[in-house]
Design a binder for this molecule. Structure first.
Ligand code: DQA
Length: 147
């Protein structure tokens, strides 16, 4: 069993990027936290981060071949990207949406997510630990569907 972990633009800067908002843990920490949460339930994780929308779309399309679900923090594309939304709908895999910060409590433009109604799990504002929570919830749903 495999999950795709997708991190969108600027998340490669985690750790040094606006640490008062996103904390000091790095993308490597996020990928390790997610892999550990998945491994405890027998899943492996393919981690992809990109600053390029098309690379994210290609990774979503490829996931259709060999993944059971997608954990995604679309970053700024959350609030702008119809094509990312369409890609997730297109592959029809179960999706968990993660945001490190509480996007409801920040600028108005962060309140709308093009991914929210496509995702079945939402973990928002729990810091990088939210990736573990989202991974566990998504695997619970995947495992439940397999029964
Ligand atoms: C984010 C929130 C987005 O609004 C922002 O553009 C990001 C990160 C988060 O994890 O809190 O890049 O997705």
């Amino acid at each position: 069993h495999r999950l795709l972990l997708l991190n969108g633009p600027n998340l490669n800067l985690l750790g040094t990027r606006e640490p008062e908002i996103y904390g000091t843990e790095t993308l490597a920490d996020v990928e390790r936290i997610t892999a550990e949460a998945a491994a405890s339930r027998g899943f492996v994780v393919r981690a992809v981060q990109s600053n390029h929308e098309g690379v994210l779309l290609d990774a979503i399309h490829a996931a259709r071949e060999d993944c059971d679900g997608i954990v995604i923090n679309p970053a700024g594309l959350t609030h702008t990207s119809v094509v990312l939304r369409d890609a997730l709908l297109g592959v029809a895999l179960p999706v968990a949406e993660v945001h490190i910060s509480d996007v409801q409590q920040r600028e108005e433009f962060r309140r709308h997510s093009y991914v929210a109604d496509v995702a079945i799990v939402h973990v928002i504002g729990e810091g990088v630990r939210g990736y573990a929570t989202a991974t566990e919830r998504l695997i619970d749903i995947i495992a439940g569907q397999a029964e």
